[in-house]
Design a protein around this ligand. Structure first.
Ligand SMILES: OC[C@H]1O[C@H](O[C@H]2O[C@H](CO)[C@@H](O)[C@H](O)[C@H]2O)[C@H](O)[C@@H](O)[C@@H]1O
Length: 296
């Protein structure tokens, strides 16, 4: 049974590159298909997220056409794959620039109130992180070449390999921003998430196209509540109430199952899950390894 699952998994994953030019987009390169499979399995990047955070130097159809030409010559060597990537991609993360929040201050009121020197020092080092983790999307002339989901306002990233916004991280980030009076940055991050609701109907797991079929816990309304409790900005609520309702309805309609309690009473329970049977593009090798272990 496990072997059958593995074969099915692989069959779904290794699809031929699509050659119909009019239908090519970044997800044909970064989310599924033979090109993704070949590059990720070549081992040229120890972290599978490196490749899927790069951007294409030409249109996806050209990249896929060149890749098909390469494959016609037989299984490429690791060096040939490395050279193909160098010729067709740049990055990762080159679509973002470091951004220092305009509402950052060295000595916010909260820090002035912390008397213990070591805790004060620790809090100051945390406050300095906003300047390291702030990002802004650079102008994109060809969005179809990128895995990044562009958002209109600057934002704070988790850091390290996570170069984009994340849904539920934003809840904790907004709590931290509000604690040091950075309400403008917090508001911009809320606008970004509301922008994704407006555009896609929901907030994706994170700001890359390969996160579009995944959820994280639905914290948009609670984070707007944090913002409102701090600012009492009723205009913001009035302007965005439809976006909040749209996201709520997405969860009710798409991420809710019925469960029976011990007494037999039926309850609606919200779940977050992945709608995919393929390896995660940014965790590709780890997922194939996990399946291999199961089948062996
Ligand atoms: O801090 C960002 C997020 O990091 C982890 O999850 C993300 O990476 C996982 C591995 O690639 C991926 O499976 C998941 O979909 C991503 O959100 C962490 O588990 C998250 O809690 C966190 O938001």
């Amino acid at each position: 049974m496990i072997s059958l699952c593995f074969i099915y998994f692989k069959a779904l994953n290794i699809k031929q590159s699509k050659m119909d030019e009019s239908k090519c987009n970044a997800s044909d390169v970064f989310c599924h298909g033979q090109l993704l499979d070949t590059i990720q399995q070549s081992g040229i990047y120890p972290d599978s997220k490196t490749f899927v955070d790069m951007h294409m130097l030409m249109n996806p159809e050209t990249v896929l056409k060149d890749f098909d030409e390469l494959m016609k010559q037989g299984q490429p060597t690791v060096e040939a794959i490395r050279s193909f990537v160098q010729d067709h991609f740049d990055g990762p993360g080159g679509e973002l620039e470091v951004w220092i929040p305009e509402d950052w201050s060295e000595n916010p009121e909260l820090l002035q109130r912390i008397k213990d020197p070591s805790i004060n020092q620790f809090a100051r080092s945390l406050n300095d992180l906003w300047k390291i983790l702030g990002r802004k999307v650079l102008p994109m002339n060809h969005p179809e070449r990128y895995s990044l989901i562009p958002v209109p306002y600057p934002f704070i990233i988790p850091g390290d390999r996570f170069r984009e916004f994340y849904y539920w991280d934003t809840y904790w980030i907004i709590g931290g921003l509000l604690a040091v009076d950075m309400t403008q940055t917090a508001r911009g991050m809320l606008y970004n998430l509301l922008h994704t609701v407006d555009r896609y109907g929901f907030v994706p797991n994170g700001g890359r196209i390969y996160y579009m079929n995944r959820s994280q816990p639905p914290l948009l309304i609670p984070m707007i509540d944090l913002y409102f409790e701090r600012t009492r900005n009723i205009d913001f609520i009035q302007q965005n109430i439809y976006g909040m309702e749209k996201e709520y309805n997405f969860w009710i309609e798409n991420r809710t199952i019925k469960v029976k309690g011990p007494s037999g009473t039926e309850h609606a329970m919200a779940i977050y899950r992945v709608q995919s049977t393929e390896p995660r593009p940014e965790g590709y090798v780890a997922d194939l390894d996990a399946i291999q272990d199961l089948s062996g």
